[in-house]
Design a protein around this ligand. Structure first.
Ligand code: PAF
Length: 279
């Protein structure tokens, strides 16, 4: 695998793939797990060259402590990337990406940016949008791959690409879960043994929500979820809602002709986990 730290050296290498070649791209913040590897494998299958970026983007952290505690393990990441035969790793510094201006652009994305995570993590999606747009401009990929665990992020990136007319096709890929159902996330390594055990409640709740959705009202389901979490001393529910997949606006009555999803954010100690399920 080739490793580049500068934009110039990466672009020089990628210039040999201009023309009909397809460049696949998987942006990450490192601390790679099976979820990332599944995106990379898809990219490798569908493209002539696959680039993975590892960059812990400071502007998308609304909480400095979360940024400081974000897991980092570059040497393990490199071993994992080599194990799936990834072609290129781009691991830039903050200066390389932001020059001297560590600031986000402000994005207006039809209100998608104001729902859920946008409401609870001030400035988060401006940071994500800024870095993803910048990375797309640098890598100029044909295809880019994102996990559905961050479903709102995926929809926001689709909207960003539509609005900025960037020439990249966005692929959403299904959530990869641990055997007990916990959605894979870089943050999971921070859970202690007890928290890790408790965390399985998140997906169990979502599965039950999917069943309840057939017979109960959204209000009844929401009350049930809130009640379930109030019994749990280790965890606090930040939000649970059922929203339209396209607008991401929460809905109070079941809609016949549109797809919806249940979304959840939970704090376990100082670790924040999110998950979702289609209904
Ligand atoms: O999902 C992530 O890991 C990050 O938000 C992303 C897309 C790499 C941007 O920093």
């Amino acid at each position: 695998m080739l490793i580049f730290e500068t934009i110039k050296s990466l672009q020089l290498y990628l210039s040999s793939f201009l023309g009909d070649n397809k460049i696949g791209f998987v942006p990450t913040m490192g601390a790679l797990h099976q979820g990332h590897l599944s995106l990379i494998q898809k990219s490798i299958e569908e493209n002539d060259v696959s680039v993975v970026s590892i960059f812990v983007n400071p502007t998308q952290f609304n909480n400095q402590d979360d940024l400081l505690k974000y897991p980092k393990n570059l040497s393990k990441d490199i071993t994992l990337l080599e194990s799936v035969s990834c072609d290129v790793l781009f691991a830039p510094s903050a200066d390389e990406i932001y020059k001297n201006k560590l600031e986000s652009e402000a994005f207006v994305l039809d209100g998608l940016e104001n729902q859920m995570e946008g409401r609870y993590r001030n400035g988060h999606f401006d940071g994500v949008g800024t870095v993803v747009k910048r990375l797309f401009e640098i890598v100029n990929p044909t295809n880019a791959y994102f996990g559905e665990k961050d479903f709102q992020q995926l929809q926001i990136i689709r909207k960003l690409v539509e609005k900025t007319e960037l020439k990249v096709t966005i692929h959403g890929c299904e959530i990869i879960r641990e055997a007990d159902g916990l959605a894979m996330s870089s943050r999971n390594v921070r859970l202690n043994k007890n928290q890790r055990q408790e965390s399985t409640v998140i997906y169990k709740t979502l599965r039950k929500v999917k069943r309840l959705f057939l017979t109960k009202s959204i209000q009844e389901i929401t009350e049930w979820v809130s009640n379930e979490f109030s019994k749990n001393a280790e965890m606090s529910l930040e939000y649970f809602l059922i929203a339209d997949e396209q607008t991401l606006k929460s809905i109070n009555t079941k809609e016949l002709n549109s797809s919806c999803r249940a979304f959840i954010a939970v704090n376990i100690g100082d670790i924040r986990l999110i998950d979702n399920i289609n209904l």
